[in-house]
Design a protein around this ligand. Structure first.
Ligand code: ADP
Ligand code: TRP
Length: 334
């Protein structure tokens, strides 16, 4: 029997979504999901606890991520849309899995390793500022995936290792308890997606403060776009122009034809950076103004967002209970 595809992905509510998140994660995941009802999209609010320590901020960011998914085209009546904290079985499963996961696997997980490397470089204790949430992060992420028997996990390149660990955890559990309770997940990474540069030329990331916000007001966009680094190179060739930070951002939003036209205008000195930025602003408006108004409307009625998420969780609790039931039986607690 071939197994049906169950696609699942989550986003942490740790900051305002930006263009990098949209083109690198949100849009491709929604495209993959098209037409199939077995899709799970969730807000990983327990994962966010590792970095967000204000209750008010976490609530606000949870609404922001929910509104972002919906404004981006997610239809809650056609998929499973929920927040992690409403599925308590995830955390019970995590406790059971904790007993089967070798500590060495966590030592090698990249987020923990990066924190250790940074502490070493800063001549601090290697575990300085590392909480157990960060250390156990891959086990919680495995539980998110395994509780719903998901087998296709669309993620960015940085999350491949976590999905591989989830697969290893499932295999180890199944073999240890001679069961097939846990479905083996695999990651999906879109080949064509490049890293989108931020306005300072480094990877666009909320941790660098170099983002163009995805949804918001024209003023929000304008304030970021005007700060995109530009050079004073007077004689760009098509190649050198294509290598600029500006083009790195622009070509994701514009069509191929529009991008080609901009290259020619810049190389031919028909326009300068000012006009190029105005052009980008126009493209942002054309592409994101309408979803931005959906987004802003949703955020005015957070009770409505909460009820969508509550409903979403209720529908899938039976699946989570069934998986947890099998796992509990396998280990001998029921
Ligand atoms: P950030 O770097 O802003 O903290 P996250 O680590 O929360 O972003 O990433 C959430 C998702 O968005 C991941 O799947 C990641 O691969 C994707 N993503 C983040 N930044 C970019 C970018 N600059 N270009 C492409 N994809 C990105
Ligand atoms: N760790 C993912 C990120 O940082 C978010 C996430 C949490 C996730 N649980 C997941 C993604 C399960 C896919 C599946 O982007």
């Amino acid at each position: 029997m071939t197994q049906k595809n169950v696609l699942l992905t989550g986003i942490k509510p740790t900051g305002q979504p930006h263009l990098g998140n949209y083109f690198g994660a949100i849009e491709p995941a929604l495209k993959r999901a098209d037409g199939n009802r077995d899709n799970f999209f969730f807000i990983a609010n327990y994962h966010a606890l590792n970095t967000i320590d204000s209750a008010e901020e976490l609530k606000k960011l949870t609404h922001i991520i929910a509104a972002t998914w919906i404004a981006s085209g997610l239809d809650p009546s056609k998929c499973h849309f929920y927040k992690q904290s409403d599925i308590p079985q995830i955390f019970e499963l995590e406790t059971i899995l904790n007993a089967t996961v070798p500590k060495g696997w966590m030592n090698k997980a990249h987020a923990y390793k990066a924190a250790v490397d940074k502490n070493r470089a800063d001549k601090k204790d290697i575990d300085s500022d590392v909480n157990m949430g960060l250390y156990n992060y891959p086990i919680l992420m495995a539980s998110d995936i395994l509780i719903f028997n998901a087998n296709k996990i669309p993620v960015g390149k940085d999350q491949i290792q976590h999905v591989e660990i989830a697969r290893d955890i499932a295999m180890r559990f199944n073999s240890k308890y001679s069961t097939t309770s846990l479905t083996l997940p695999e990651y999906i990474v879109e080949k064509d997606i490049q890293e989108i540069p931020g306005i300072d030329g480094r990877k666009m990331s909320k941790s660098y403060g170099n983002v163009i916000p995805l949804y918001g007001t024209e003023e929000d966009w304008f304030n970021s776009i005007r700060r995109i680094v530009t050079d004073s190179e007077a004689n760009h060739t098509i190649e050198t122009f294509k290598a600029t930070t500006f083009y790195g951002i622009y070509h994701h939003i514009a069509t191929e034809e529009e991008s080609q036209k901009l290259c020619e205008s810049m190389v031919g000195h028909n326009i300068g950076w000012k006009e190029a930025k105005e052009d980008l602003m126009e493209k942002m408006i054309k592409r994101f103004k309408e979803p931005s108004s959906v987004y802003l409307d949703l955020l005015h009625d957070t009770n409505h967002i909460d009820s969508i998420l509550d409903e979403g969780a209720k529908k899938i609790l039976p699946i989570a209970k069934e998986t947890l039931g099998k796992v509990k039986k396998s280990v001998g607690v029921i």
